[in-house]
Ligand binder design. Structure first.
Ligand SMILES: Cc1cc2nc3c(=O)[nH]c(=O)nc-3n(C[C@H](O)[C@H](O)[C@H](O)COP(=O)(O)OP(=O)(O)OC[C@H]3O[C@@H](n4cnc5c(N)ncnc54)[C@H](O)[C@@H]3O)c2cc1C
Length: 419
């Protein structure tokens, strides 16, 4: 009997899961359901080249139509799954129809966290998660002159850079005392602040937005110290909320994300979850760490591969090295590993020329590398971190330090981290 895999959510994790299950020999039916009308597309350019016009729209699709045809992947756009009936192993669609499954995959991702203050629904307020948001925002940048960006995380900073490149005046409001507080080291935060300031972006740190006031042709953004910033456009980038309602309503274990084990299995063995919606204890986390979600393309793709292996009956724990990137102005930031709890760092390259890498150490162990405009360093750093080769802060600080050679050395003892 042919078996059916139903995948809910047609973006990075969903598409990769379909691809990987086929590659691993799954010969049953694969149904990929997504509630967006567009063919699965790349999200990262939406805050970068899509806004500046430097990214060709033809490059947006994640896969060609041939991928779906040849892989016999039944992609259904504009199709929302509203319920999981675990007892009968069926999912229910927005039109009331049902599809039976043997395996179900939840790759429902996340949605933007909304601003919660008076005036939050004014037409000049924008969010950025999907292509519809990006098209709407891109249209306004032709006429707007002044923008306030709420949130100094990656999305906020990428939007700030893109709007500056379009000639808008930009002010970023951030509740924390520094940029990228949740994800970057204070050193990198400081570097990014200098870069944005040099490009003319203004910042308000430690401030909360308490209200937005409609002023006919503009908006006044009121901060908690009484300051008012007048602008034509507000972009909110204050994080995301995982789409876990389907899972929670069907009784799956949910806590800040759909809880999965190292093999991407939810609390129901016939259901896997992967990507932004899934919460798990990463292999690199300290003992006793709580489950968390990771919001990145790398995680969505690699976790989907793990889930696919589970579906075909060859479960393998998720061990991939985390990595991430961000483009702002002419800066290409690439991060490998996780620098949480670092005790020392060392820099190689030239900070003045904006071509350098930051190596983070926890005690003697290298745990992460951030590279700025050094893509080769990033690739070697991933290799280095994955194979566990030893390197010291002193070695990195030595002008003769050769990352390529160090990364190519055999590891003293494998840490079991896949590249
Ligand atoms: C503007 C922007 C820039 C980014 N830049 C970077 C970057 O530079 N580097 C990086 O690594 N990451 C970046 N990210 C993050 C990255 O895009 C996400 O981590 C990634 O998209 C997660 O993929 P996913 O498949 O898990 O979820 P998503 O991409 O969120 O996709 C989930 C899909 O499921 C659909 N869905 C949800 N519920 C249902 C339902 N009930 N029925 C049917 N469909 C449903 C959603 O509409 C969506 O299409 C960026 C994100 C954004 C928004």
């Amino acid at each position: 009997m042919n078996r059916t895999l139903v995948i809910v959510g047609a973006s990075y994790a969903g598409v990769q899961l379909a691809a990987s299950t086929r590659e691993l020999g799954f010969d049953g039916r694969i149904v990929l359901l997504g509630d967006e009308p567009d063919a699965p597309y790349q999200r990262p350019p939406l805050s970068k080249g899509f806004l500046t016009g430097g990214f060709a729209n033809e490059r947006l699709p994640l896969r060609s139509q041939a991928f779906f045809d040849e892989g016999k992947i039944e992609w259904m756009p504009s199709t929302r799954v509203v319920r999981i009936d675990r007892e009968h192993r069926e999912i229910e669609l927005h039109d009331g129809s049902r599809i039976a499954y043997h395996h179900l995959a939840l790759t429902t991702g996340a949605r933007v966290r909304k601003l919660d203050c008076p005036g939050a629904t004014l037409a000049a307020v924008h969010y950025l998660r999907d292509l519809r948001d990006a098209r709407r925002l891109a249209q306004t940048t032709h006429t707007a002159r002044r923008a306030v960006v709420i949130g100094g995380g990656y999305i906020g900073l990428e939007v700030a850079a893109s709007l500056r490149q379009q000639g808008l005046q930009v002010t970023v409001v951030e509740t924390e005392p520094r940029l990228l507080a949740r994800v970057a080291s204070p050193w990198l935060s400081g570097f990014m602040l200098r870069a944005h300031t040099e490009h003319g972006v203004a910042f308000e740190f430690g401030r909360k937005v308490v209200a937005l006031h409609d002023m006919d042709w503009s908006v006044s953004v009121e901060l908690d110290d009484g300051m008012r910033l007048v602008c034509d456009l507000v972009v909110v980038g204050i994080g995301v909320v995982p789409n876990t309602e389907l899972a929670a309503d069907s009784g799956l274990k949910v806590a800040g994300g759909v809880i999965v084990d190292a093999c991407a299995r939810t609390s129901d063995p016939s259901i896997v979850a992967a990507g932004d919606c899934a919460s798990f204890v990463p292999h690199w986390a300290p003992a006793g760490a709580r489950a968390c979600r990771i919001e990145s393309v790398q995680n969505a793709n690699d976790m989907a591969r793990t889930a696919a292996a589970t579906i075909v009956g060859r479960p393998q724990p998720y061990r991939a090295l985390p990595w991430f990137w961000s483009d702002q102005y002419d800066l290409k930031l690439q991060m490998a590993g996780v620098n949480a709890g670092f005790t020392d760092y060392a820099i190689c390259g030239s900070v003045e020329e904006r071509r350098f890498s930051l190596f983070y150490f926890r005690d003697d162990e290298l745990i992460a590398v951030d590279s700025v405009n050094r893509p080769q360093d990033h690739m070697f750093a991933r290799k280095l971190l994955a194979n566990g080769a030893r390197v010291s802060p002193q070695a990195v600080r030595d002008p003769a330090f050769d990352l390529k050679t160090v990364a190519s050395r055999d590891a003293p003892a494998p840490r079991g981290v896949a590249q």
